[in-house]
Structures are given as C-alpha cells and as structure tokens.
Design a protein around this ligand. Structure first.
Ligand code: PHB
Length: 561
C-alpha cells in the first residue's frame, strides 16, 4: 500500500529532528489510513500534524475497541492499515511509556494509560465533585446511576455507579453512545447548533446501524427510528427538563435523565441518569417514581458546583524531555520520540490546569514551543484537544477513547497478574496476591503466578488458608512483627518445608488492601537469604502494583477480588 510506504518512513524522519518542529513541506499532506480517519469530515491531517502521533492514537483506539484491550501485532497491522515495522515501533514506544504491555505477540492496554483519561476527568472536575452524590443516589434507589457529558453527536460516560445485574448491558466510564438512543441525548441536543444537527444527520446516514459505536448493539434498521423522533424528544426535553430512554438501546433497558447545569453559564455541565430494567420499572414508572429523587440530587449537585472550592494546585510533570531523550538513546529506532512527547502533552492538563496556552503546555512538559504546538495541532485534528476563543487549549471527552473503557473495569487481581508473573520469572518461585476474608480469619488467594515446581501446585486462585498461619495473613492483619519491619516471613507453619515472605499492597489512601508473597521450599534458601535476595524484588513488585492502583483508582473504586 503506498500509504504505508510513506507513513513508515516518517517516524525516523520526525525523530531525527526532535524538538525543532521543522514543518513539513507546505502543501504536502500526510497519508491517512482508514483507521486514522477518526473525525468525520476532517479526513486530511493538517500539514503540521505529527504523523507518528496520529498513528499512535490510532493504535490506542483500535486496542480500546478490541476485546479485553488486546490485539496481536498482526491484528493491529490489519486494524490500522499500518506497516508491521511501524506497528512494532509504535507498540515498543507505548510499552516503554507503560501504556501497553507486550506479551509475546499480543499487545494489551496497560493501567498506566488511564493517566490520559484522568487528565481530562481531572480538568473537568465533575467526577471529583459529583460522583459521591451519584453513588449515594444509586445506593438509595438500588438502581444504576450515571453521569454523562455530550461528545459531538454522542454522549460519553464520565461516572458510573453500577448495580451489578445480569439482565442488561452496563456501560463503562468512557463509553460513547449515539445521542438519539439515550436519555441524556435529547437534553444535550437542546444546546446543539445547526452544524451539530447537520453532523448528526450525516452520521446517521453514513452509519445507519451504529457500527461506529461499538458499545451499543447495532441498530435494527428493519424498524428505523426516524430523525423526527429525536427532534421531537429534544423539543420535549427543552420544555420538560428531563428525558426518557424507553428501551432505545436494547429491550428492557430504561433510563430517566436530568441536566446538571453549570451555575456560572447556565449551560449543561453533565447529565445524571437513573437506569433500570422493565422487570423493575417501566419508563413511565421512572418518571413518576424516581425522577423526583433524581431532580433533588441534581439540585444538590448544582449547589456543589456553586460552592466548590478552587482546585488544589497539582504537581506539574517535569523532566519529560530528559526522559524521552534517554529512552531514545537506549531504544534507538524502536522509540518514536515524537509519539511519546505528543501523548505526554495530554498529561499537562489537570484539575488546576483545565485550559492551557501553548506557552503553558511547553512549560509544563519541558518541550520546545514548536514541538508542543505541533502536538496540539495533531491532537486538535484527532479531536482530543479543542482550541478556545481566548487562545487556550482544553481536552475533549474524546481523550477517554484512549483506553479508558476497558481499563476502567480492571480489578486488583487483573492489575497484579502481570507483575506477579514477572516476579515469579525472576525468582523462579511462585508469587501470589491475597486478600483477607470478611471474617478476618482467612486469607483468600486472588491471583497467582506459579513456577513449575511441584510443591507450589496445591494453592490456586480461590484457595483459603488460616490468616494467622501465613505470611500473607500476618501482613493483612498488620500483626506487630510485620508492621514494624514492613514484611512478614513465616516458616513451615502450614506445611513442613514451606517458607513464605509477604509484603502489603496499599491503595491511594495508604490502606492495606491486599498482600503479595513469594513461597518457596525452605531448603532452597535460608530465611536470611530470603530477606536479602527475594524481599527487594517482592517490595518492588508491590510498588508497581500500587502505582497502577493509584493511577487507575483515581476516579473509580477498584474491585479487590
Ligand atoms: C447508563 O448509564 O448505563 C445509561 C444512561 C442513559 C441511557 C442508557 C444507559 O439512556
């Protein structure tokens, strides 16, 4: 494919002139693969766009749409239309950044990537300010409650307080839905411009089955919803101040929504929804029985916005330029520096930095102004950044399309697994994660990486053991011995010849939520050797798990089992 040949040369070319921002020859256009043509009507990238950055964004989007956030390298090659050598370099760069994991031939989204979506959610501030009200309403009603923002002609979730029920789909933070098939959609559409309505009609015509919205089942075009239906619902939403979804996504799924208005501008900041199932409530029921409760929560939310304290000053990132240069030095051609720099630009935004000028971005990232400018132009083209009339840039909800939905579902055992595997490979012993049972008397294994040694075979995920007899238990119970030295070592209590050393895993608040251990045959190492040789690697593993927990747990509660 000629497009690939052109594209493939670009990373090396861009990387060869780092930071100079040398514009490409005026008038030349970067060839765009179908997968990169993400924004309808803007298929041609501006001449100054950074091609490797667009390719990296395309790779992350394809992985986000894939099952479990995983594709093989050849699957990625097909999905993006990029040359294999390009896919290899892009994924090596993303792996270096901690944004994906390379596992043989598979590429998987990694927890660290949520820092991009976190930057958007932090800058938006709404999850931090309103999530606890949404959660309380969900508890009170025993129904799911969500918060969504408008994203062009779609809606995107920024918070989910989900009741686990098998009967219907439940959406993830970052999922994008077509506005017309949701309850929040008509409320957002009350603020649409003529151009927005045009875009919506064009999209409906181009994609009659909603194939560009992987989060929803395809639209049944044998009974097409007419454009007028959505226009009528929007007119009703403007008068009524609420909106319903009567099984527009799938049979049984119903929702009622009300807008949370920004106290300053009066515009819709986000929309709160109560979601149920027809086995419990009809759509009409939702309106009569639950809408009043939703409305009073929304009033409290609006008051929270009015009285919100100014954002806490964050810690701006620094040392980026040094880090990317060192990585380039080390990995050479396999590290696409312009991609790494470009993505990090997104992390310059945050709670106290929702809108940044070009100068701000350059300062926050340590990048040359010209480099920062080209990255911003590229992100704007990809729909991730928007320029405001007062010459600042803001992040758009579309940043959540970079890995957030699949990663927003990961549990602690899933987060820990690759770290346990790496540890087991290094020490040639089995490594496990465990939590305390509700009674506090037992530990339960929740993840495990075992070596082939026969001895370790009796323990598997789900196994329970008495807490007092295990190193994992001592750590989880914070027994004085383990609390003072930071680890527990237990010899042969459970089984002759078995030695185990364990350390705690703490969440963002410092609470011990789990423990990791290495178990080995006592004859293989003395207790002292266990402390000098194994403990440092075990502690490092725990700190890697904790770092992932901190980043992915910033805007949601992480299931511990
Ligand atoms: C949801 O939060 O899952 C939800 C919200 C509104 C809808 C449908 C689903 O219309």
């Amino acid at each position: 494919m000629p497009a690939n040949t052109t594209n493939d040369a670009a990373p090396a070319r861009a990387a060869a002139t780092p930071g100079t921002g040398t514009p490409r020859t005026p008038g030349t256009r970067e060839a765009i693969t179908p997968a990169e043509a993400v924004a309808p009507a803007e298929t041609v990238a501006p001449a100054e766009a950074v091609a490797p950055l667009l390719r990296g964004i395309a790779v992350l989007r394809r992985l986000t749409e894939a099952d479990d956030g995983t594709l093989s390298l050849s699957g990625l090659e097909k999905a993006t239309g990029l040359a294999r050598s390009t896919v290899d370099r892009i994924t090596a760069t993303l792996a270096r950044m901690g944004y994906v994991r390379l596992d043989g031939r598979d590429v998987t989204l990694a927890p660290r990537l949520t820092e991009l979506g976190n930057a958007y959610l932090a800058a938006l501030r709404l999850p931090a300010l309103l999530a606890s009200r949404a959660d309380a309403l969900a508890d009170e009603l025993d129904e799911s409650v969500s918060l969504a923002v408008g994203d062009r002609d779609g809606i995107r979730f920024i918070h989910q307080a989900t009741r686990r029920r098998a009967m219907s789909l439940s959406f993830r933070i970052g999922d994008l839905l077509p506005a017309e098939r949701t309850a929040p959609g008509p409320l957002f559409a009350t603020e649409w411009t003529r151009a927005d309505w045009h875009r919506w009609r064009d999209r409906r015509a181009a994609d009659p089955e909603d194939r560009t919205f992987p989060a929803v089942p395809p639209r049944d075009h044998t009974t097409p919803a007419r454009d007028e239906d959505f226009e009528d619902r929007t007119a009703a939403a403007a008068t009524d101040g609420y909106s319903l979804d009567d099984q527009l996504i799938e049979p049984g799924l119903v929702a009622v929504s009300a807008p949370v208005r920004d106290p300053g501008t009066g515009r819709i900041a986000c929309v709160a929804s109560v979601v149920s199932h027809t086995s419990r409530h009809t759509a009409e029921d939702l309106r009569t029985a639950l809408l009043p409760r939703l409305r009073s929560t929304v009033r409290s939310m609006e008051n929270d916005l009015l009285t919100a304290p100014p954002p806490e000053p964050g810690t701006p990132r620094s040392g980026l330029a040094t880090w990317t240069a060192a990585s380039k030095q080390e990995l050479g051609r396999d590290f696409v520096e312009s991609l790494a720099r470009g993505l990090t630009v997104l992390t310059a935004f945050g709670e106290d930095r929702p809108a940044l000028t070009l100068t701000d971005v350059a300062k926050a990232t340590g990048l040359a102004r010209a480099t920062a400018r080209r990255a911003l132009i590229t992100h704007e083209h990809a729909g991730l950044v928007a320029a405001t009339p007062d010459r600042t840039f803001i992040l758009t909800p579309r940043v959540l399309s970079l890995g957030f939905p699949p990663l927003s579902r990961t549990s602690l055992p899933q987060i820990a697994q690759p770290h346990l595997t790496a540890l087991a490979d290094r020490v040639h012993e089995s490594a496990s994660l465990a939590v305390l049972s509700d009674s506090g008397e037992e530990i339960q294994y929740t993840a495990r990486a075992s070596t082939s040694r026969v001895m370790s075979a009796r323990i598997s995920v789900g196994t329970r053991l008495p807490a007092h007899a295990t190193a994992l238990g001592h750590v989880l119970l914070s027994l004085p011995e383990s609390r003072s030295q930071g680890y527990a070592l237990v010899d042969e209590e459970l089984e002759a010849g078995l030695r185990s050393i364990a350390v705690p895993v703490r969440d963002r608040t410092g609470r011990v939520v789990a423990a990791v251990n290495v178990a080995m045959h006592a004859a293989r190492r003395t207790a002292a050797a266990c402390v000098t040789d194994v403990l440092p690697l075990l502690a490092e593993t725990a700190s890697h798990i904790e770092a992932d927990l901190r980043v992915t747990g910033r805007f949601r509660r992480i299931p511990l089992t």
